[in-house]
Design a protein around this ligand. Structure first.
Ligand SMILES: Cc1cc2nc3c(=O)[nH]c(=O)nc-3n(C[C@H](O)[C@H](O)[C@H](O)COP(=O)(O)OP(=O)(O)OC[C@H]3O[C@@H](n4cnc5c(N)ncnc54)[C@H](O)[C@@H]3O)c2cc1C
Length: 211
């Protein structure tokens, strides 16, 4: 993990760059004479003059830094992310090898009608039910994400992205995030846990989807 970042850092250093991390830019002033960027680090406020500033932040963030009115509407996040560390990959009732099943994206309640209904619920200010989402096992592709001793013991990570969960749903409701997590877990982990449950088993389809 981090190979691309390391390669970029090496290239920048060899080109003579001075790299500063853990630095929060608080203002950028720009006029025809040049630019001044103000930033804070653990040891206080600093500023640097330059001919140009290249920014990789969202347009609304850059507008804030430049002290100007936003040119575009401020984007709002719309995903719920859950990170899990698991001792082993969940078994599939179908018997499919979990290492194969989790090598790609596992879609949960993501057929068109479910996505459409979830969008409608979220747009109406409600948490979708069922909540569509996706699961990934990043450690199957890149075991270096885990500490070596955990990787040796067979641990894996699972990452879930719930979609159609706009940030506004959580802004004024302290219980909404717990409800969303419960709803996501109810959709998949409970079924995994109990292989003898009477509830209808998840049925992998051609697209590896569970409903
Ligand atoms: C939960 C999640 C999962 C994702 N998974 C995937 C995936 O699996 N595959 C994929 O291709 N894409 C994925 N994406 C999308 C991908 O992460 C983004 O498209 C990509 O990171 C955008 O890159 P960026 O450089 O434009 O912005 P960012 O990665 O957001 O970089 C902007 C940087 O600017 C910094 N910054 C902001 N304001 C300041 C400031 N004032 N001072 C200093 N620094 C500041 C931020 O800290 C941030 O590091 C995912 C996104 C999310 C949110």
């Amino acid at each position: 993990m981090g190979a691309v970042t390391d390669a970029l850092l090496t290239a920048a250093l060899s080109a003579g760059a001075d790299v500063r991390t853990e630095a929060q830019v608080t203002a950028v002033e720009a006029d025809e004479a040049g630019t001044q960027t103000t930033y804070t680090t653990h040891d206080g406020e600093h500023s640097v003059d330059s001919r140009l500033v290249l920014s990789g932040v969202a347009p609304a963030v850059l507008d804030d830094l430049l002290g100007r009115a936003p040119a575009t509407p401020r984007p709002a996040g719309s995903q719920l992310k859950l990170n899990l560390l698991v001792r082993r990959l969940p078994r599939w009732r179908s018997g499919v090898n979990p290492r194969q099943a989790f090598a790609g994206t596992v879609h949960v309640a993501e057929d068109f009608s479910q996505l459409e209904a979830a969008y409608g619920a979220a747009a109406g200010g409600r948490l979708p039910d069922p909540m569509p989402g996706e699961l990934y096992c990043h450690t199957l592709t890149d075991p270096s994400i885990l500490a070596p001793d955990l990787a040796e013991q067979g641990y894996q990570t699972l990452t879930y992205f719930g979609v159609h969960t706009p940030a506004g749903l959580f802004a004024n409701d302290g219980t909404a995030s717990e409800q969303a997590v419960d709803r996501a877990l109810a959709r998949w982990t409970l079924t995994w846990r109990s292989r003898s449950a009477t509830a209808s088993p998840p049925t992998p389809t051609a697209g590896r989807a569970w409903r």
